[in-house]
Design a protein around this ligand. Structure first.
Ligand SMILES: Nc1ncnc2c1ncn2[C@@H]1O[C@H](COP(=O)(O)OP(=O)(O)O)[C@@H](O)[C@H]1O
Ligand SMILES: [Mg+2]
Length: 369
């Protein structure tokens, strides 16, 4: 149990807004538990059922019920830990929140329990096997307002797929298998090869066009060749310490590297994971921990750009192809739509080498205190 002052210090907020939030929380728990295989099965757009099973450390039989209590977590005990937290979870809120709005059955280490709308219905003996199984049925059945607020089934399914895809891309060492109404939707090999993970999510042709960011100890991942682009920003998966985040500054930093390389209105594909000292990033600013605040945003920004530009350095040069410019854009844009900047290439030459990256993201020195 967290002490009240710790619980209060944790950003409050509803974690579970839609089926995809359930998937996100359960997958994060599995990753925190060191799982190498995570299977997710969703039915009825996640409203009928979501079942997540993993082969991680599991929950000791006598702690299974406790894990579903609010503010119970094995990952955080005192306020100081909040600053250095590295695991995905730390609020001890997810399982309790899910169990409050659904019919949940869970088993681990020979124990099994069922909680409906926050009430413990059954508790007993379960199968003895590695990891944890959580099945969430009738999500929001007791919260009709939430149910009504959900988007179309297709949209909710897309959101589930997006969550699993992002984790599969960011964790190539973990084997993800997502089925939607019994049909395989995402299936990664978990062999540790990022390009293969990208192939599993976007298909082999896209994977073949991705450039690896090498020699950048703190910025890992792949970015697309300029000739591969999208009309939306859907293909950008940005993460901090393996956690997908939406940070407008990072998106901007990434897109800036493509300036002059992509046609207007086109966006790169990217899987970028920034490994950063947990002390330099605050993930506790958003209930679903989707947004982060960096202590030194400029340094992160610079490290990301150095890594992306180094990767793009090996890319095929951009060529102006008038035939491919988009009609919509041209009606709004006066003057030439496309300009070929030489600047990025020049910067790249200067910044390509060097372990400067690591220095940039090192913990702040005492001069700041
Ligand atoms: N898949 C899992 N494998 C192992 N332990 C788990 C799993 N899911 C939950 N737990 C345990 O239950 C606790 C509560 O989980 P949760 O409510 O998500 O809170 P948090 O992840 O913030 O700690 C976790 O701290 C962990 O000890
Ligand atoms: Mg959790």
């Amino acid at each position: 149990m967290l002490a009240p002052e710790v619980a209060d210090a944790i950003a409050a907020g509803e974690v579970i807004e839609r089926p995809a939030s359930v998937v996100k929380e359960l997958v994060e728990n599995a990753l925190d538990a060191g799982a190498r295989r995570i299977s997710i099965d969703a039915r009825g757009a996640g409203k009928t059922s979501i079942r997540v099973s993993d082969d991680g450390a599991g929950i000791p039989a006598d702690e299974l019920a406790v894990a579903f209590l609010r503010h119970t977590t094995s990952k955080l005990t005192k306020l100081a830990d909040l600053i250095t937290i590295q695991s995905f979870g730390f609020r001890g809120e997810a399982l309790a929140s899910i169990a409050a709005v659904a019919d949940v059955e869970s088993s681990s280490a020979g124990a099994r329990l069922r909680i409906r709308a926050g009430e413990l219905m059954e508790q007993g003996v379960g199968p003895v096997m590695p990891g944890v199984v959580v099945e969430v049925r009738d999500l929001f059945a007791n919260v009709p307002a939430r149910l009504k607020f959900l988007k179309s089934d297709a949209t909710e399914v897309a959101a589930i797929k997006e969550v699993v895809s992002a984790f599969a891309l960011l964790h190539p060492h973990v084997r993800f298998h997502l089925t939607i109404d019994s049909r395989a939707a995402v299936s990664s090999s978990g062999d540790g090869d990022r390009r293969r993970a990208i192939a599993a999510v976007y298909g082999p042709p896209v994977a073949a066009e991705m450039l690896e960011m090498v020699g950048m100890p703190l910025v890992a991942g792949m970015v697309s060749q300029p000739r591969l682009s999208r009309g939306s920003r859907d293909g950008m998966v940005l993460a901090v310490n393996g956690r997908p985040v939406s940070a407008r500054s990072l998106v901007y930093a990434l897109e800036e590297c493509y300036q002059g390389r992509l046609e207007r209105g086109r966006h790169p594909l990217a899987v970028i994971d920034i490994g950063i000292d947990p002390e330099l990033v605050d993930v506790n600013v958003h209930p679903a921990k989707k947004e982060v605040r960096f202590r030194d945003e400029g340094a992160v920004f610079a490290a990301l750009q150095r890594a992306v530009r180094a990767a793009l350095d090996g890319s095929d040069p951009y060529r102006y192809r008038p035939a491919e410019t988009e009609g919509v854009a041209s009606t709004f844009m006066a003057g030439p739509q496309l300009t070929l900047h030489e600047a990025p290439a020049v910067v790249t030459a200067v910044e390509t080498n060097g372990h400067a990256t690591s220095a940039v993201l090192r913990p702040w020195t005492s001069s700041l205190h």
